[in-house]
Design a binder for this molecule. Structure first.
Ligand code: IVH
Length: 693
């Protein structure tokens, strides 16, 4: 009896440990990453199970028990903000005819003759999240999401972390004093630029964090963070385009209002145009459609607004949308096509990544042939099978995704996809590692795919940047047996130079360029680039830089990694966790890597890390403004020097400005600085202050 009791207790202990970890993981996914891993019911069941076990064995309640955790604030825990003027939505139209009909309806409603022009403002419809920001006497007070239109979530602290977001409305600009309403609720869209989205996903991938499906989700996941410090690390941007409640209006048209927004310091979309006729609106739409892919942010349509506020007031609202504005949406970038095959790619780390080969299809102007499937769990969860018809979606420039499969269109002999248990390239055993959903090939250097991917990484732009060695060429040289590892690259000219020049599709010039690029690398490579190039698992550009900064030289890094303390040394570095530390330490202790590194350090000059950022100068942490013409450098040069010395460069002078650098012919800003008592310095003094302390 006693034995049984003990073992049950032991089991309970183990299960409680598991539950604590699992529930924490689910909490983080749900609350911090906006990406639930299980259904609410499944989550609740785990919590109930935890509670029941704790009731049975109160002595086993852990310090980190989910029942004790109150601090894990839920998304529901954002305080609520009631919008004084509701945040409405817009009606949608989809065709050119709809545009003419919309204008006709307005004209009829207002009883205006054909001859009278109704001026419109056309704007891109930014694909982000709308925000409301209330300013009292020009100072930012409360920020909120749209929520259900009447009540939103308080994101005051989060908005403050956005660089472009004005915490104070500018009262002065080059034209003089700007009117500031006693109270105004400025509205607009928070978004993430395509570039920042790619960068974020890249670093998330490196950190093993959540990868976002599109910039909109990334913006939402970044803004709706209970911890504004997380928001701060994400690059968010915004455009202002409307207002809610406002005390005393000093403008008669929407376009005049947009001018005020600009004067107050808000980013206003530069594509916005005044249109005189419905034809103008249609050409704006067509023009934006063409421009769409080259814009730095995602848009999902355009918005037309009646310019005159008196007409807007007369038009009023239908249900929850204004009669004076409408969204003209771009065609949805979704399509249905057949999934011909699920192909398994083997990455540099041995990760087996499933890719869907699709029947080519045009989605929003781009032919899509492949879609990402992420991992085996995703295939299982969505029950995606070869031969299925699937709904695919292309969001901006992102790799297309499979939204869902259409099981009703399946043939009778359809079978669930069975994920391979061996590597499709080298036949080595494939398995999951840890709690990761990814399955890895265990072949290591035996696996040609891993080796080739490693080489591609080694020469890639972000690593050693060896031009002329694209993926195809790496595969070719690998298959020829000319390059089997990174060292072979540097013997290519000596051993196979003439053969290469004689090859079809190569020629003397391209071979020459390649050899030159390789020779450039031999002469010198920054330490962080070299570390990144090694392709150590989990070590992305950020970690590579971190290692470079901490160890300064490659020699030092290697010798420290050879000691027994390697793991401890690494985990003491802020930003390196135990998993990463293990991968790094393992990398340097493997004998085949040692042999390779011994050779590489003979061939390549690895430049010691130069501390660029983090310099301490008199300008570090100071707010600086430039005005007038500088003698020995351009304005942008001066700005970048100031920034690299740790200063913040601003364009509007205020009492918070620490220094105004005045060149010749300085104007208004100089006199404001004088009035405010801000220290004014010359270009020479500025130069002196740039010196390291
Ligand atoms: S005006 C009363 N202008 O679209 C109308 N909205 O479907 C207020 N949006 O919730 C909105 N770009 O999040 C307006 N240039 C723009 C916009 C825009 C994006 C979003 C906004 C709104 C939704 C309406």
């Amino acid at each position: 009896m006693r034995d049984l009791f003990d073992s049950t207790r032991e089991e309970a202990q183990k299960e409680l440990e598991f539950l604590a970890r699992r529930i924490r993981e689910l909490d983080v996914a749900y609350h911090q990453k906006d990406s639930p891993l299980v259904t609410d019911a499944e989550y609740d069941a785990l919590k109930r199970r935890n509670d029941a076990l704790e009731k049975l064995y109160p002595e086993l309640i852990r310090d980190d028990s989910p029942s004790k955790r109150v601090g894990m604030t839920a998304a529901d825990d954002f305080s609520k903000v009631t919008h004084t003027v509701p945040m409405l939505s817009l009606g949608n139209i989809f065709t050119k005819d709809d545009v003419y009909a919309f204008m006709e309806k307005i004209r009829r409603f207002l009883g205006l003759p054909e001859t009278e022009e109704i001026e419109m403002v056309a704007e891109p419809k930014i694909d982000g999240l709308s925000f409301s920001a209330v300013y009292e006497k020009g100072f930012f007070k409360v920020g909120a999401t749209r929520g259900d239109g009447s009540i939103g979530e308080d994101i005051t602290a989060n908005l403050k972390t956005i660089k472009e977001f004005p915490q104070e409305l500018k009262k002065q600009n080059s034209d003089g004093t700007v009117f500031i309403p006693d109270l105004i609720d400025v509205r607009g869209e928070v978004y993430m630029s395509k570039q920042d989205f790619f960068d974020l996903n890249k670093s998330q991938e490196e950190k093993g964090g959540r990868v976002f499906a599109n910039p909109r989700n990334a913006a939402a996941g970044s803004l709706r963070q209970l911890d504004p410090q997380i928001t701060q690390t994400r690059h968010l941007s915004l455009f202002a385009y409307a207002c809610g409640q406002v005390h005393s209006i000093h403008w008669e048209t929407h376009s005049q209002f947009l001018d005020y927004l600009k004067k107050w310091g808000f980013p206003v979309n530069p594509e916005i145009k005044i249109c005189k006729t419905a034809d103008d609106l249609v050409s704006f739409y067509e023009n934006m459609m063409e421009k769409r892919s080259s814009l730095p942010y995602d848009i999902d349509g355009v918005v037309y607004k009646v310019n005159r506020l008196d007409l807007q007031n007369r038009l009023g609202f239908i249900a929850r949308s204004p009669r004076w504005a409408i969204a003209h949406k771009f065609p949805a970038e979704q399509a249905i096509t057949r999934l011909n095959k699920i192909r398994i790619q083997v990455g540099r780390t041995g990760a087996l990544t499933p890719v869907a080969d699709l029947e080519p299809i045009n989605v929003g102007g781009v032919v899509v042939r492949h879609a990402t499937l992420h991992n085996s769990d995703e295939i299982e969860r969505k029950d995606i099978r070869e031969g299925d018809f699937v709904v695919i979606q292309r969001a901006g420039d992102v790799i297309p995704q499979i939204v869902k499969t259409l099981p009703e269109k399946r043939s009778a002999d359809s079978r669930p996809f069975v994920f391979p248990t061996v590597c499709p390239v080298c036949g080595s055993h494939a398995q999951k590692e840890g709690e990761d959903a990814v399955i890895y090939c265990t072949g290591g250097l035996v696996c040609p795919a891993q080796v080739q991917e490693g080489l591609k990484h080694f020469v890639s732009k972000e690593a050693l940047n060896i031009e002329g060695l694209g993926d195809k060429n790496i595969s070719l040289l690998f298959e020829l047996g000319w390059i089997r590892n990174a060292v072979d690259l540097f013997y290519l000219e000596e051993k196979h130079g003439s053969e290469l020049m004689a090859r079809d599709g190569w020629g003397v010039k391209s071979a020459h360029n390649l050899f030159e690029a390789l020779n450039r690398v031999k002469k010198g490579v920054p330490l962080d680039k070299f570390i990144y190039a090694l392709g150590i698992r989990e070590v992305g550009e950020v970690t590579a830089r971190l290692l470079a900064r901490n160890f300064i030289s490659f020699e030092n890094l290697r010798s420290q990694m050879r000691t027994e303390k390697a793991f401890d040394i690494l985990t003491h570095i802020e930003g390196i966790g135990p998993v990463m530390a293990e991968y790094i330490a393992d990398f340097f202790s493997e004998s085949h890597n040692e042999i390779l590194l011994d050779q590489l350090v003979q061939i390549i000059h690895i430049e010691p890390y130069e501390k660029k950022a983090g310099r301490i100068t008199e300008l570090t942490g100071k707010t600086v403004l430039f005005t007038g013409t500088l003698q020995n450098m351009t304005r942008s040069e001066a700005k970048s020097k100031a920034i690299s010395a740790g200063a913040k460069v601003v364009s509007g002078v205020s009492s918070k400005t620490d220094y105004v650098v005045a060149g010749s012919d300085a104007g208004n800003k100089l006199s404001i600085a004088e009035q405010l008592g801000v220290p004014i310095i010359t270009e020479d003094i500025f130069n002196q202050m740039l010196d390291d302390l």
